[in-house]
Design a protein around this ligand. Structure first.
Ligand SMILES: NC(=O)c1ccc[n+]([C@@H]2O[C@H](COP(=O)([O-])OP(=O)(O)OC[C@H]3O[C@@H](n4cnc5c(N)ncnc54)[C@H](OP(=O)(O)O)[C@@H]3O)[C@@H](O)[C@H]2O)c1
Length: 213
């Protein structure tokens, strides 16, 4: 696994892209428009990442990370993501996303709604429960005492396993939480959301924890 594509070059997308570059990945980034629109910002904020259109960025990517505001996920064309391992790093955040018919009754089931848009993608929920600063600052070598852990939920265990490898290279332990619906356990408002937990602590906090990857 060598290549990741990050869709959305905001706070989270930039931090994910820089973390991936440091971990040795080839990194492609895409915004909502043509590659030229983000080429300069990518060069300054994410040196080493290559700005592309979404279709070009995901074409050879082993993992695609969607880091756009959740209310804009419909604006990401699902066609090029079909068959790809796709990380949903998004949360419903009312101050940013506003009110929504789709989410207002249960804002913890967002990945299941996102999965209905990204038909055919091998969707994995993770990276949503760590602040973008922390992602860049908390990563440490494997085996370091107190290494922070991140939860991974997916209906596709092979996809979850691939993402766990990437998370390990980012400097974190990965804990498989179970199928996509288990992502509810680490959404906004939960104990796990934004908490600094080791793998053991995270396993204990996950009600649907199933198997170690
Ligand atoms: N803040 C955190 O610490 C944190 C942590 C984990 C997860 N999250 C979640 O991550 C998501 C992104 O948050 P953020 O804070 O990074 O938001 P942000 O700073 O507002 O950045 C979002 C980016 O997405 C781009 N975008 C919008 N539509 C797009 C599309 N169709 N294709 C590609 N790019 C598109 C926007 O660029 P344009 O100008 O082109 O629209 C913008 O650069 C949210 O769902 C948030 O809840 C946040």
């Amino acid at each position: 696994m060598t290549t990741v594509a990050v869709l959305g070059v905001g706070r989270v997308g930039s931090a994910v892209a820089r973390t991936a570059l440091r971990a040795g990945f080839d990194v492609r980034v895409a915004g909502s428009g043509p590659a030229e629109d983000i080429a300069l910002i990518a060069e300054i904020v994410i040196p080493g990442a290559v700005a592309m259109t979404t279709a070009d960025a995901v074409r050879d990517a082993d993992i695609v990370i969607v880091a756009v505001p959740l209310h804009k996920h419909h604006s990401v064309d699902p066609a090029p993501l079909a068959g790809k391992v796709v990380i949903d790093a998004m949360n419903w955040w009312t101050p940013v996303d506003g009110e929504s018919e789709e989410f207002e009754h249960d804002d913890t089931r967002t990945s299941e709604v996102v999965a209905q848009h990204f038909i055919g993608a091998r969707l994995v929920k993770t990276l949503n429960h760590i602040g973008y600063h922390d992602l860049e600052e908390h990563g440490v070598d494997v085996g370091a005492p107190g290494r922070r852990a991140l939860a991974v939920a997916s209906d596709d265990e092979d996809a979850a396993r691939l993402v766990a490898t990437m998370i390990d290279r980012f400097g974190f332990d990965a804990v498989y939480a179970g199928p996509l619906r288990a992502g509810r356990a680490f959404g906004p408002g939960t104990h796990i959301f934004n908490s600094i937990l080791t793998a053991g602590e995270l396993e204990a906090a996950l009600p649907a924890h199933e198997v170690a990857l």
